[in-house]
Design a protein around this ligand. Structure first.
Ligand SMILES: *Cc1c(COP(=O)(O)O)cnc(C)c1O
Length: 306
């Protein structure tokens, strides 16, 4: 049995009315570790376990690290996660609940990542948060599930951080004969590394991340994501932090599910019926989730805009 769940897929009445079209949701916020990440991470960890890995190492204090910790506990393989000092208490607590060893090191993710990489021994597997073909192969199962359901959307809306989800969904569309279905790739202003990359046709490094949607905060997207933009119809959409936050609030009210701003980002164009939705009559939103989301924090951030 895979480590990820086959998640609910349903039409949102409330969001369909907001957008004046049929809006379907793939609820990956209901994955046990809180986000879609377990699809790819679970597949990568199972593959490494079958090859004899004795430990998993991650440098993510977010959903990727949590997915590795969850996979390790379920496969009875120890997990070490190195996180920077900026990581929230909540994230560290969730990692420890999964029995991961948490090492706090460095002021930034770069420093934590350097230590993590240096710890990877001969029998360890380093699990990257977004740039790994095994990860994309696992993320692609999301599309397999939609395909098997019989629903054929006109477009798929998803959030982009480092481009792992995008690469996996594109792979899933192609392996199901759906290479014609466009992807609407959403980022927040201040975390627009995919948007910038598609302008010049190669990954570029952002100077800094200014968005509160930290799960979208990869300064540079993976090469594969940019390559997909040449092989698959992909439209880039930017939303404000404020839009992402209010989408989180509306989604909580509509569906009683709390998601991170990184996920609110892909709900925002639907709630605002953004022009980029064009004349697609049936759209599918990947509700990517977010384990560290807390309503107090979301409301705290929202106060900046009143
Ligand atoms: C990781 C993550 C993203 C971004 O995914 P990438 O594969 O890095 O593009 C978006 N939302 C949530 C909740 C995430 O955990």
């Amino acid at each position: 049995m895979p480590l990820h769940a086959n998640t609910p897929l349903f039409e949102s009445r409330q969001m369909s009315l907001s957008a004046g079209r049929s809006v379907w949701l793939k609820l990956d916020s209901l994955q046990p570790p809180g986000s879609f990440k377990i699809r790819g991470v679970g597949f990568a960890c199972e593959t490494h376990a079958a090859r004899g890995a004795r430990r998993f190492v991650s440098s993510s204090g977010g959903n990727a690290g949590l997915a590795v910790a969850y996979a390790g506990r379920n496969l009875t393989i120890p997990v070490t996660v190195v996180v920077p000092e900026t990581t929230s208490e909540r994230a560290k607590e969730l990692l420890r609940l999964e029995n991961a060893e948490v090492i706090v090191h460095g002021a930034s993710w770069q420093e934590a990542n350097e230590l993590a990489v240096s710890l990877v021994g001969e029998h360890d597997a380093f699990i990257h948060p977004f740039d790994d073909p095994l990860l994309w192969q696992g993320h692609a199962t999301l599309v397999d599930e939609v395909f098997r359901s019989g629903l054929e959307p006109d477009a798929i809306i998803l959030s982009v951080g480092g481009g792992g989800l995008l690469s996996g969904v594109a792979e899933g569309l192609h392996r199901n004969g759906w290479g014609h279905i466009p992807i609407l790739a959403v980022e927040t202003d201040g975390a627009a590394s995919f948007h910038e990359a598609t302008k010049v046709g190669r990954p570029v490094e952002l100077e800094r991340i200014t968005s509160i949607a930290t799960s979208l905060g990869a300064k540079r997207v993976c090469e594969r994501a940019v390559q997909w933009s040449r092989e698959h119809p992909i439209r880039s959409i930017l939303v404000s932090d404020q839009s992402a936050l209010s989408a989180c609030e509306r989604f909580l009210a509509d569906h009683r599910v709390l998601v991170e701003p990184a996920c609110g980002a892909s709900l925002a164009p639907v709630y605002e019926n953004a022009s980029e939705l064009g004349n697609f009559s049936t759209v599918l939103v990947v509700v990517c989730g977010g384990a560290t989301a807390m309503i107090d924090q979301i409301r705290q951030w929202s106060k900046r805009y009143v």
